[in-house]
Design a protein around this ligand. Structure first.
Ligand SMILES: Cc1cc2nc3c(=O)[nH]c(=O)nc-3n(C[C@H](O)[C@H](O)[C@H](O)COP(=O)(O)OP(=O)(O)OC[C@H]3O[C@@H](n4cnc5c(N)ncnc54)[C@H](O)[C@@H]3O)c2cc1C
Length: 465
């Protein structure tokens, strides 16, 4: 049995990134992936002339770790088209352009005059207690936005944007866990509006959406191709032991052993692997939970909608995403054929609607027909009743879709880090710990690879002899 420098459990983008960075550093790595294909939530399949991203449809180009990963893979990213950039918010029965700059905010029909005046209060309101308090002080995103910008801005603007990222209500999200940058803006600039002006950008996401010519999953596929037979699919890790100063990983064709182990599987799998080794670590990992999400992809003949979807996509406003039983649980739609025209057939509009999340978890479990019914009702409300049914439909389900970054998130992450301390060479990463975005997972993968490289080799080799 050959020993590895590192065994990585979980072949989603967190684990694959760690593997790529370790491999580039000359390490012998083995990746174990439970499913038949690697990539986890970052996978794309080509279907009838369309590229279908199963979950994530890209990443923002402002994370240096992603740049380093793309460079070492020699992979050229593709940017989103800037033909139509408007982001829409569906509220009160109609689409409004999302106001992404202070002047646009003041002009927007999404808020009343009183709510706009309240928003300007941000210019004079002092820093809140959490910005001044202990390093772990936290509040919900909802409480933070109400305090600084008022209820109107929370309801009309921030809640839909937040739903577009976390599929959750702002009142259930930890500010520092979900949006550490917002916390820093208040701490460093006091006023969010002043910070936006000083940093010369509006409320639009910093960075531009990127993918690859093979879709977002092209990133996972490029890493998998480099790994070759050092990636074993259909190989769930079943146990983890520390013997002779080496980590032993049990799986159906195993065991294999390594100096370091990186667990990049979702929290329930990580907890099951770690609990027999260390009940405190298992308990710390069991404290994380997820909300389910369904992606409903629909392809429509051009001209099917009276008002064609034009722009980046539409997010459904707070309350509007649950109020109407016909559309309940639809959180928004990305206009794929607008932002990535090469992913669609030229005679079609390709749309991706997200259903469920923490806002309406029960909706994610509806059967395919019921999901499609809600999505078509939502698209009809936004763009008028279609003149014909969709040509093609695909439903993709993600039971462990989006980690819930709720109150106490930083404490839960700290508990895992503390419980890991006695276990030299054991590292844990994944979207539930260090950020849900693909770029966050790549950054965490690079950091975990660097930590694994620091695992002392001498003790391991000496005792293994
Ligand atoms: C619907 C949806 C849309 C999204 N859209 C975006 C977006 O547009 N942009 C963005 O940046 N992010 C988006 N995200 C988030 C992003 O896709 C994920 O957070 C990220 O891909 C998670 O990567 P991961 O490697 O941490 O976890 P996962 O992708 O969950 O990978 C974990 C892997 O571990 C494997 N595994 C589990 N148990 C074991 C075991 N015992 N042994 C071996 N392997 C195991 C699993 O099979 C899986 O492949 C979206 C997520 C969803 C659900």
């Amino acid at each position: 049995m050959a020993d590895w420098d590192a065994i990585i459990i979980g072949g989603g983008i967190s684990g694959l990134s760690a593997a790529a960075f370790l491999q580039a550093a000359g390490q012998r790595v083995l990746v174990l992936e439970a499913r038949p294909t690697a990539g986890g939530n970052l996978q794309t399949t080509a279907e009838g002339g369309r590229l279908i991203d199963h979950a994530a449809n890209g990443w923002l180009d402002n994370e240096p770790a992603v740049g380093r990963l793309l460079a070492l893979l020699e992979l050229q990213p593709t940017g989103a088209s800037d033909r139509y950039t408007t982001r829409w918010i569906f509220a009160g029965g109609q689409l409004h352009p999302a106001p992404l700059s202070p002047p646009a905010l003041l002009r927007s029909g999404l808020m009343t005059l009183g709510q706009k005046l309240r928003l300007l209060g941000d210019l004079v309101i002092p820093r809140g207690a959490s910005a001044l308090a202990a390093p772990t002080a936290d509040e919900t995103v909802g409480a933070f936005v109400r305090r600084r910008l008022g209820r109107g801005a929370l309801h009309a603007l921030v809640a839909p944007m937040v739903a577009g990222i976390f599929a959750a209500d702002p009142d259930t999200l930890s500010l520092r866990g979900a949006f550490p940058r917002m916390f820093e803006l208040e701490r460093d600039h006091r006023s969010l509006l002043l910070a936006m002006l000083r940093l010369r950008r509006g409320g639009a996401p910093a960075g531009k959406l990127q993918t690859t010519a093979a879709g977002a999953g092209g990133l996972s596929a490029a890493i998998a191709a480099r790994l070759g037979d050092q990636l074993r699919t259909d190989s769930p890790a079943r146990g983890l032991r520390r013997e002779d100063n080496l980590w032993h990983v049990d799986f159906d064709a195993g065991p294999e052993r390594a100096r370091a182990v990186l667990i990049a599987a979702p929290a329930p799998s990580a907890a099951a692997l770690c609990a027999p080794l260390d009940p405190a670590l298992g308990a710390a990992l069991s404290a994380f939970s997820y909300a389910p999400a369904a992606v409903v992809v629909t392809a429509w003949a051009q001209g099917s909608f009276p008002t064609p979807p034009r722009g980046f996509g539409a997010l459904v406003g707070r309350g509007d995403n649950t109020a109407d039983p016909a559309t309940c649980g639809v959180l928004g739609t990305v206009y794929t054929s607008e932002i990535f025209p090469d992913q669609a057939r030229p005679d079609e509009q390709l749309l991706r609607s997200i259903v469920g999340g923490g806002i309406a978890p029960e909706a994610a479990a509806l059967d395919d027909q019921a999901l499609l019914g809600r999505v078509v009702a939502h698209l009809s409300a936004c763009h008028g009743a279609p003149t014909q049914p969709p040509r093609w439909v695909k439903v993709l389900r993600h039971p462990l879709g989006i980690p819930r970054v709720g109150a106490g998130h930083l404490d839960r992450v700290a508990a895992v880090e503390v419980a890991l301390r006695p276990h030299s060479g054991l590292h844990i990463l994944g979207n539930y710990l260090y950020g849900v975005g693909v770029k966050d997972c790549v950054r965490a993968g690079e950091a975990a690879a660097a930590a694994a490289l620091r695992t002392p080799p001498a003790a391991a080799r000496q005792n293994h002899a």
